[in-house]
Design a protein around this ligand. Structure first.
Ligand code: ZN
Length: 276
C-alpha cells in the first residue's frame, strides 16, 4: 500500500472540477486553500490575455501541471482533421504561454470510420505535432479513456494501447496520462503501469471515483472515497513505477458543481488525505 498523504504538496486540482468558477476564481481560491498546483481547461482561457493569466498564476504561487485538453484528431473529413491539427498547434502555444509543461490529449474518435482508421489518424497527428512540442517545450500525454467513450471521444481505451502508441511514437515529448476513472477495471493495470514507468512515459496521474450506479457517462464522477476504485492500491502501483509527480483531482459532477464550491474544495482536501 502507498504511504499516507500527509499534506497538500502533491495535490493538483483540475479547473473543471470546480466548473462554476472562472480562471481567476480557480487560481485565487485554490491558492487561498493551500493548493498550489492547477491543471487548466482550455475553455477558461478563451478571450483571455494569457500574459495576465500567467502573471496571476505567479502572484498566487501556482504551478501549472497541465493544459487540458488537446486531441480529438480523427475525422473522416480531411478538412476537419486539418482543423483539429491547427487547434492542437494553438493549444501547444497556449500551454507555452501559461508555462504548462504538458498538454493532455483526449485522442478522439469518429464513429463514421473504423477504430483502426481512427487509431491510424491519431498516430499520424501526434507525429505531426512532435516538432512543435519540442520547440515550445510542451510535452503531450495520451490519455486512454474508458471504452464507453470509444465511439466518439477516444479510440485509445486501454493503458496497454496507450503504452504501445507511445512506444511506436518513441519521443521524449510523448507519454501517457493514467486516469483511474478510465482504467481502474483493467486486470492488466498494474503490469501496464509498470511498463509505462519503465519507458519514462508516465507523465500524469488523475484521480476521482467510480459511482455505482453511474447516472451520467460524463458528469457523474465521484469524489475520492465515494465509489469503488481502489485508489490507494493504484497510487502505490503508480509510485512504484517511479511517478512522484502531482496527484490531479479531476471530478466532473453535476451534483458537486451544485454545491458551495469553497466548501467543496475543503471536501476535496479531506478526500485527498483520507481516500487517495
Ligand atoms: Zn483525466
Amino acid at each position: 500500500m502507498a504511504q499516507p498523504l500527509n499534506d497538500f504538496s502533491r495535490l493538483c486540482v483540475h479547473t473543471q472540477t470546480t466548473k462554476p468558477w472562472d480562471i481567476d476564481q480557480c487560481i485565487s481560491e485554490y491558492s487561498k486553500a493551500g493548493i498550489h498546483s492547477i491543471s487548466i481547461w482550455r475553455h477558461l482561457l478563451e478571450n483571455k490575455d494569457l500574459k495576465a493569466v500567467k502573471a496571476k498564476l505567479e502572484q498566487n504561487n501556482m504551478e501549472v501541471i497541465s493544459l487540458v485538453r488537446g486531441g480529438f484528431f480523427p475525422n473522416i473529413s480531411k478538412e476537419k482533421r486539418e482543423q483539429a491539427l491547427q487547434d492542437n498547434i494553438t493549444a501547444l502555444y497556449e500551454a507555452q504561454a501559461i508555462r504548462a509543461p504538458l498538454l493532455v490529449l483526449v485522442c478522439g474518435a469518429d464513429p463514421n470510420q473504423s477504430l483502426e482508421k481512427n487509431r491510424e489518424q491519431i498516430t499520424t497527428a501526434i507525429n505531426a505535432l512532435l516538432p512543435l512540442a519540442e520547440q515550445t517545450g510542451v510535452k503531450m500525454a495520451i490519455e486512454p479513456l474508458h471504452p464507453m467513450y470509444a465511439g466518439d471521444k477516444s479510440a485509445v481505451t486501454t493503458l496497454e494501447e496507450a503504452n504501445t502508441l507511445a512506444e511506436i511514437i518513441n519521443s521524449p515529448w510523448v507519454g501517457v496520462a493514467v486516469d483511474v476513472y478510465h482504467l481502474w477495471w483493467d486486470q492488466h493495470l498494474e503490469q501496464q503501469i509498470k511498463r509505462c514507468g519503465k519507458n519514462n512515459h508516465l507523465f500524469a496521474f488523475h484521480v476521482c471515483d467510480w459511482l455505482v450506479p453511474t447516472r451520467d457517462m460524463l458528469t457523474d464522477r465521484g469524489l475520492m472515497g465515494e465509489g469503488c476504485i481502489e485508489l490507494k492500491k493504484i497510487r502505490s502501483w503508480v509510485e512504484n513505477a517511479g511517478f512522484l509527480g502531482k496527484i490531479e483531482v479531476e471530478v466532473f459532477s453535476e451534483r458537486l458543481w451544485n454545491t458551495d464550491q469553497k466548501m467543496y474544495l475543503e471536501q476535496i482536501k479531506k478526500a485527498y488525505l483520507s481516500a487517495t
